[in-house]
Structures are given as structure tokens and as C-alpha cells.
Design a protein around this ligand. Sequence first.
Ligand code: SFD
Ligand code: AMP
Length: 622
Amino acid sequence: MAKFETVEVNTDVLICGGGMAACGAAVEAAYWAKKNNLKVTLVDKAAMDRSGAVAMGLSAINQYVDVNSGKNTVKDYVDYVRNDLMGITREDLVANIARHVDSTVHLFEKWGLPIWKDADGNYVHEGRWQLMINGESYKVVVAEAAKNALGMDNIYERVFITEPLVENGKCVGAVGFSTRENKFYVFRAKATIAAMGGAVHVFKPRSSGEGLGRSWYPPFNSGASAYFTIKGGAEMTCQEVRFIPVRFKDAYGPVGAWFLLFKSRATNGIGENYMETRRSELENWKPYGLVKPVPANLRNWLMMLDVMEGKGPIYMRTEEAIEKLSSAVTDDKERKKKLRELESEAWEDFLDMTISQAILWAATNTAPEEKPSEIAACEPYFIGSHSGASGAWISGPEDLAPKDYFWGYANMCTVDGMFAAGDGSGASSHKFSSGSHAEGRIAAKAAVAYAVDHPDEPKFDAGKIEELKKRILLPLDLYEQHKNASSDPNINPNFMKPKMYMFRLQKIMDEYAGGVSTNFTTSKALLEKGLELIAFLHEDSEKLAAENLHELLRCWENIHRTWQAEAHVRTVLFREETRWPGYYFRADTPSMKDDWNCFANCKWDPNTGKWEMIKREVEYIY
Ligand code: SFD
Ligand code: AMP
């Protein structure tokens, strides 16, 4: 067996992840822990300054409710989210985040994040809920505050959390390994927060060949939150509600600033605006088809109908939008100034968060004021914080949650001592970067309260830890044992390299679970076949092999992805209707049904290894 030192860390509150939710959790936990003399530890698989979705920066803060101005209320935000998710949302969770998010945004500004201001000193809005920022260093600013709050002695960077530790139905910490040194980590904790982002590369990406792996959401988020909570026995929700964003084609630049700030249109290959020509289709998805703004998945759907009819390419009409905005200025000199301003804002939008899109513009001689750019629907992602909703089923806050939605501590999963936030918690979409940070704060305050109320030292069987260590390091041993059986390290009768395994997972998901190649369409028969193939993949995951620590990381990322994939396929199969046609379309049940106006939850039982599918009522509170 590979020689790895075992490092034991005992703590009170363990934060798994170092992204937006985890940084929020760190700041809040540090505050409450100090009052209660508790220790808080954070573990990130990467370096916090540039880890997770905000690694490259962002150009907008997408959730700011601005309650103080009196223009919006928490209810307005809840209405927006409910409608966007076709009625399926936990209003208590959305409201809890909405009532706290403004204070998080004010903290960001205090810590040094530049938020755009107009001549009167007011924030510049991209849309009703979004603020424009100079966000290249967004993550560095937010991480710095988290590091200052916890102190570097309590932060483990480049340690990959692999498995939860759950004993007698209670989470008592986690294990993982260093991605740089031969060290196996055992973190024992009274309360543990899963904030390790969503899942990318479960489905085959559109990017291939020289661009392989390029995606909109960060490839570093590989399903760890979902795996952690599922494997721990937690009930999961909205596992079918994947997110398919529409993005600038091939380099995945965001569209929000174009649609909202620049008021651009998108048109098809023959110049038609599908939002107008396809408007009658929205009647089929009533009542949500008729709300404003049109839900994200239905905006996708209208575009997809054009594409399926061969009316592509779809263009973002950047040249038209810039012309319209600048020509509104009558003075010649001022108009030229406005034009330059718009050009620089267009480039900054990408340079702040999707640099590759700016590079693609440069490489293809694209001046946005001169010619339009193609947009397209991306491959599916699992992202509870954006316009998808997948994640753990968590307790709401005591003062807002209906009684079925509350079990003692806000953001606690159905496993005692295990909490989730950001992409890790489900049914509370549209929290984005700011709401995820706010939710991390909410989860951390509750986790500290849980640790105070449950002061018993966490215990976990030492023999089981040895077994886990052996299993986690197995890919290294398999490689060493069999590497000489063939001359090509990627092809061997005794093992499978993680990249090959990932291709197989992605092919299954693409072809059977409604990926890009099948126009996001699936059916009962296809899903059942997909499940059969996933079962074989699970069996073969025991043959994963790693040449080095980096590949060991890749092996476990892909095992995490497989569990996210299975939860997804099972839930799409369970929900016998189509509710979000622009995210996936079930050809055998092609419309929305009243008896599915409910949550489709699932749970894996660690004792029996069996999945249970559960319908839960949507309780509206506003
Ligand atoms: O417009 C392990 N997002 C946007 N939000 C906004 O507010 N404004 C925008 O402009 C946004 N846009 C956008 C966004 C994301 C991306 C990628 C782009 C553009 C290109 C969304 C937000 O970024 C998102 O909602 C939050 O970041 C979610 O927060 P959180 O904490 O749930 O996830 P994270 O920040 O990705 O952090 C995950 C962390 O987990 C670590 N990790 N650590 C240990 N062990 C493991 N096994 C781990 N696996 C993962 C990661 O390293 C990371 O630290 S727009 O286009 O929508
Ligand atoms: P995106 O860049 O697509 O992630 O969008 C950023 C924000 O703008 C998110 O809150 C989106 O829901 C919102 N948004 C993007 N496009 C539109 C649109 N056409 N109509 C309404 N809201 C939009």
C-alpha cells in the first residue's frame, strides 16, 4: 500500500470547501465561535484566493434585494424565484437568504470590492436584482476576509475532501487527502458544513479537441457536495433540476449583461427574434409561461425550438445594441464618448469573469460594435445557487419555515450535524455569489449553535478509518501493481485511468439522460438503460488507477460525479412530466402535470445501499 502519513485534526466546526458559501461560513463561524470558545477549521481542495466558481472573478453581483430603498421586498424576490423555477421552490429558504443578502453585499464593499456607482453615488444596476462590479479580484477580496477571520493555522488548502464520517446517523467530520503531499487527513468535528460547490463535467461538454474541458461553470467543482450529502444518507432535493445556461458559443461568456444592461436581442439565422415569433408556445407552460421575466428555462426552450428546426445560428446582436444605445446621444462628441464607453464595458464584462471569451473575440477579429456573436445552450450543470436547484434537503429557519420544513437548525440536512450551503443546498435557486455567501453565514451560525448544544467529542471507529484510507488510496496501488502489463499507461487490462472513466460517464449521460447530442431529450426507456450502464460504471470504479496524486484527485472527482449522475437519472425518471423544457424534455411525458407540483426528493440508505424516491409537498408561504 502507498505510504501516506495520517494527520488527525480535531475541531468543533468543519467547513468543507473554500468558495463563496464557505468564505461566508468562515466569517460568521469565527464570530460565534469566539464567543463560545470553539475551534473552526476550513478545508479547500484548491487555494482559496482563486478557488471555485468565482476564481476568475465576476462582472456582476446577481442578488441584491435592496430592501432598504423600499423598491423591492423579500416577497418580490421569492415571487421571482418561484416563477423562474416553475413553482418548485422552498420559499422559506429563498426568503431567509433574501433578507440577509444586502448586508453581505455591504460587507463586500467594506472589504474593498469596487461596485459601480452612478453620478449620484447610487449602485449601478445591471437588472432589477443585479449590481455591476469591477470584479476581477472578487474572490481574492472575499477569501482575504475569511482568512483573516479564521487565521491560516485553521485553514487547509489543497486537501481534497473525499468522504463524510457518519456514525449512528450523525456526521462527525470528514476524511480527505493532500493533493501535494502523501498525507491522509482525518477531520473530526461536532458540526460539518458541506459547501464544495456544484458539479461540472457530469455530462459530455460541447468543448472537444483543443478546447476539451472548457465549460461555463468551473471544472474544479466535481460533485463533492452532492456526494458528501448523499453518501452520508441525507435526503436530496431537485436532483432533476439541472441548469443549462445560454452562453456565448465556444468560450462560454455570460449573456446577462447583454440582455439586461445593454438591452440586446438575440435573433436566429434568418433574423427572427424567437422571443417574439415563438411567444404562443409560452401558453403551453401556463401559469409560469406568462410571467415576467419569462423563466430562464423557457427562454432557452424557445431558442432550442428554433435550433431544432434548423434555424440557427443564434446571434446576440451586440452591434445592434451598441448602435441603439450610442445613437440615443445626440451630441456628436458625446456620442463618440458613449460608444467608447460601451465598447470598453463589453470587453470588461468578459475580462472580469470569462477571459477566454475575450480571447476568442480577439482571435476571430470580433469587434462587438461591428458584428454579432453566436450564442448557444451549454451542456447541463448541477448548480443549486444559480438557475438550477439541485442540492441537499435542509431545514429552514424557525421563524419562516412551515413545520414540515424545520428540524432544529437552519440549513441542517436530514443527517444530524451535517449542514449544507451554496450549490450544496437545494430548492433555493438564484442566490448566486452574494446569496451563497449569505447562506454560508446562516449555515455557520446554526452549525456553531449545534456544536454548542452537542458538546460530546465526535467518535468514529478507528478500524473503519483504516478501511477508508485503504479504499481512497487504492487507485495508486492498482497502478503500481499493474503498470507493466502494457506499454501505454492509458490502456491496461487491469485498470482504467480517470480520464477514460470520465469519458464513459459523460457518454452515458449525454446519450441517455438528455445531453447536448440528444437535444436535451430523454424518456423512461432511455433513463432505465442509462441506469443499467451507470451500475456497471459503479462496479468498474473499483478499477480506477492513478499514476500520481493529481490523478488520485481525478479518480475521486469522477466517483463523486457518478453519484450526482445517478441521483439525477433516478429523479428525472421519478418525475413523470416535463416541467422545465429548456433544461430537459421527457419525450414520453411532454407536458406539465398538476400532480407533479411537488418536490421530487431522493435518499440513499448507507445501511442497505438502496435508493428511496420521495414526493414532498411545496408549501407556499407568500
Ligand atoms: O452572471 C472542494 N456566478 C455568478 N454569481 C453572481 O453573483 N454574479 C455573476 O456575475 C455570476 N455569473 C457567473 C457565476 C459563476 C461562474 C462560474 C461564471 C459566471 C463564469 C455564480 C456564483 O459564482 C456561484 O453562485 C457561487 O460561487 C456558488 O458558491 P459556492 O460556495 O456554492 O461554490 P464555489 O464558490 O464554486 O466554491 C466551491 C468550493 O469548494 C471547493 N471544493 N474543497 C474540498 N474538497 C472537495 N472535494 C472540493 N470540491 C470543491 C472548491 O475549491 C471551492 O473552494 S453569471 O454568469 O451567472
Ligand atoms: P446570466 O449571465 O445569464 O447568468 O445572467 C445574469 C443574471 O441576469 C441572472 O440573474 C439571470 O437570471 C438574469 N438574466 C439573464 N438574461 C435575462 C433575460 N433575458 N431576462 C431576464 N433576466 C435575465
